[in-house]
Design a protein around this ligand. Structure first.
Ligand SMILES: NCc1[nH]cc(CCC(=O)O)c1CC(=O)O
Length: 309
C-alpha cells in the first residue's frame, strides 16, 4: 500500500486542480519530497453540481466546501486546498484555515468582445456575471448595461462570448493566471472602482485543528502578510454576517507593519454605496476588519440590509 506524506483534497474544476498542484509543488520544494509523496484526492461538491441558479440562491458559500470538509473530518484527506474567496467565515468545528499562500493579483479582469474596455461598451450592452458584487459594481458605473446571470466554467463563458450571447464578462485575474489564460483579459479593472471580494486571489489551506504534523508541514509555505490581510477581510465579512446576498467588497493591503483596509457595500442596483477605510497594526487584523464591518453597518443603517430580501 502506498503511504503518502499528505493527502490533498480538492474540487475537480480546472482552477481547483491548478491550485492543488501549486500547493503540492510548494510542499515538494519546501520538504524536498517527490510528487509521489502527495495524493491528490478529487471531491465533487454540491456547488459543482448546481449550475442553473445563482449560488446565493442555492444556499451560498458552504456549497463548495461541505463534502471536502467532511473528508477532512473523516480523515480521508489531510489538507483541503481552496480559493479563500469561496470559504465561509464560519468553519465546521474541528477545522481551521492553517495556511494562506502568497496572494496573486487581486483585481477583477474584464474580457470584452464589442469593446476591450468595460466603460466603453455600447449603450445597453449585455455583460454576464453571477457575482452580486460585480453585478452591482457594473451597474454603479454603467446603469444602462444589462447585467445577466452567467455561470459555468471559463470555457463555457468564452463560448458564450464567442457566440455573441454577451459583450463581456468579469473574472478574477488570479484564476485566469492560474489557468494560463491571462491572455484573454482585455482590461484589468482598478481596485478603486472594482474593489475585490474578501479573499480574492489567495489560496488557503484548511486542516484539522490539533494536527500538529500537518501544521508543521504547512508552516514553510504559508505567507504571513497574506494571512494578516485575509484575517482582516474575513473578519469584515463575518461581522456583516457573511450574507452572500449583500453585494460587498473588502480589501486589506499591508504596508510594513500596518494594514490599510477598504470595505464597500452596495445595493444590487448599485445606486446606494457605502464605503469604509480603516487602518491599524498588522497584529490586530481581525479586530480591524470586525470594526470596519460594524462601522459600515452603522453608516448604512438597518434598512439598507432589509431592503431587497
Ligand atoms: N467563485 C468562484 C471563484 N473562486 C475563486 C475564483 C478566482 C480565483 C481567486 O479569486 O483566487 C473564482 C472565479 C472568479 O471569480 O473568476
Amino acid at each position: 500500500m502506498q503511504t503518502y506524506e499528505l493527502r490533498i483534497g480538492t474540487r475537480g474544476s480546472a482552477l481547483a486542480l491548478a491550485q492543488a498542484h501549486e500547493t503540492r509543488s510548494r510542499l515538494m520544494a519546501a520538504h524536498n519530497l517527490p510528487e509521489e509523496a502527495f495524493e491528490i484526492v478529487v471531491i465533487t461538491t454540491s456547488g459543482d453540481r448546481i449550475l442553473d441558479r445563482p449560488l446565493a440562491e442555492a444556499g451560498g458559500k458552504g456549497l463548495f466546501t461541505k463534502e471536502i470538509e467532511e473528508a477532512l473530518l473523516n480523515n480521508r484527506i489531510d489538507i483541503a486546498v481552496h480559493s479563500s474567496k469561496d470559504m465561509p467565515t464560519q468553519l465546521p468545528e474541528g477545522l481551521e484555515l492553517s495556511a494562506f499562500l502568497e496572494r496573486e493579483d487581486v483585481r477583477d479582469a474584464f474580457i470584452g468582445r464589442q469593446s476591450a474596455i468595460l466603460e466603453e461598451l455600447p449603450h445597453g450592452a449585455v455583460v454576464g456575471s453571477s457575482s452580486l458584487r460585480r453585478q452591482a459594481l457594473i451597474r454603479r458605473i454603467r446603469p444602462d448595461i444589462d447585467v445577466v446571470m452567467f455561470r459555468g466554467n471559463v470555457q463555457t463563458r468564452l463560448r458564450k462570448l464567442d457566440e455573441g450571447q454577451v459583450a463581456g464578462t468579469l473574472l478574477a485575474t488570479a484564476g485566469l493566471r492560474r489557468l494560463g489564460l491571462a491572455d484573454i483579459i482585455t482590461e484589468l479593472l482598478p481596485v478603486e472602482r472594482f474593489p475585490p471580494a474578501p479573499g480574492q486571489g489567495a489560496i488557503c489551506i484548511e486542516s484539522r485543528i490539533g494536527d500538529e504534523r500537518v501544521k508543521a508541514m504547512l508552516a514553510p509555505i504559508g505567507h504571513a502578510t497574506t494571512a494578516a490581510a485575509l484575517t482582516c477581510e474575513r473578519a469584515f465579512l463575518g461581522s456583516l454576517d457573511g450574507s452572500c446576498r449583500t453585494p460587498l467588497a473588502g480589501y486589506a493591503q499591508i504596508e510594513g507593519d500596518r494594514i490599510v483596509f477598504n470595505g464597500m457595500i452596495l445595493t444590487p442596483d448599485g445606486t446606494e454605496v457605502h464605503e469604509i477605510e480603516a487602518e491599524g497594526a498588522i497584529n490586530e487584523a481581525a479586530a480591524l476588519g470586525a470594526k470596519a464591518g460594524a462601522r459600515i453597518r452603522e453608516k448604512a443603517g438597518t434598512q439598507f440590509f432589509e431592503g431587497w430580501f
